[in-house]
Ligand binder design. Structure first.
Ligand code: GLY
Length: 289
């Protein structure tokens, strides 16, 4: 099957692999070796016991979020996340190193295509198959010359997309979720803050490979004009310590992408621990476009 595909070939672990289960192969030999590693050597454990072989799409990725009560749906703000560990999208994939919302290239025209070609058929598909799903749908998309292609679906929000999507929801989330659970979304809109949100993820040295834990984190209380979301942290003997790869995310808001980024990065400069690392180029590609 692989030999009948055009290069490069995308191999994707069908199960959950913390956002890291995709390998892109530039030759048939590499693709075969990678497929063996996934299926036989269990490269991603149980997650790669089944592998999806896909065409390679050339474009820019973004994440679109839908809240559905199983019948109706609301579109939440879209976001772009940054998956590679290194600046300029280099190095291995991570769960996500930063995010920006809104996404300038997702203009009204593009989002209308997303809604008509992808969101509406998806919701209709759930109805046709009698799936009573109420909650978030995360659609990972590629913008290929102005046309949206689906990369993946998740039935959850995204990390770190949530850290830029939620601050742009300008109303209380709880009534919204209640209306979703009670199938009352047809009666309502969602109030979106037009400002830009950006988030920068601060990680442990070595992530997404092996990394050390239990490093003391200082400076969080000095962060101003930005919100700190903790993930891989713990408190021990009254000290805040790292306890994961992606340790925390710092979200800034602004009237422009630059202003939001300035607030995120000013916050990141205040935080410190031994081995702290973060990407310095979140949002730079969007500024250029
Ligand atoms: N940031 C990608 C994800 O949450 O799957």
């Amino acid at each position: 099957f692989i030999k009948n595909q055009s290069l490069p070939i995308v191999l994707k672990a069908d199960g959950l692999a913390a956002g890291k289960g995709v390998i892109i192969s530039e030759s048939y030999e590499d693709a075969e070796a990678n497929l063996r590693a996934m299926l036989i050597e269990e490269k991603f454990g149980e997650a790669s016991s089944k592998v999806v072989i896909e065409e390679f799409l050339q474009g820019i990725e973004l994440s679109v979020f839908v809240l559905t009560d199983g019948k109706e749906y609301l579109l939440l703000p879209e976001a772009k996340d940054y998956k590679r560990i290194g600046d300029q999208d280099t190095g291995p994939n991570t769960g996500g190193m930063g995010a920006v919302s809104p996404v300038p290239f997702a203009d009204a025209d593009f989002l209308e295509k997303v809604e008509k070609r992808i969101v509406q058929p998806t919701i209709q598909g759930l109805r046709d198959e009698n799936v009573d799903y109420r909650g978030f749908i995360f659609i990972g998309l590629m913008n290929v010359s102005g046309d949206p292609y689906v990369i993946e679906y998740n039935v959850r929000m995204g990390d770190p997309e949530t850290q830029v999507v939620m601050p742009r929801i300008a109303e209380d989330l709880l009534p919204l979720l209640l209306d979703c659970a009670q199938q009352k979304l047809s009666n309502r809109n969602i109030d979106i803050n037009p400002m830009t949100a950006s988030t920068v993820v601060l990680v442990s040295e070595g992530y997404p490979g092996d990394y050390q834990k239990d490093k003391e984190i200082i400076g969080i209380s000095d962060v101003e004009q930005a919100q700190v979301f903790q993930a891989g942290t713990k408190i021990q003997e009254n000290k805040l310590l790292t306890s994961g790869g992606r340790v925390l995310a710092i979200t800034g808001m602004g009237n422009t992408i630059q202003e939001a980024l300035d607030n995120s990065y000013a916050g990141a400069l205040k935080v410190c621990w031994d081995g702290l690392y973060y990407r310095k180029d979140i949002g730079q590609d969007l500024l250029k476009t």
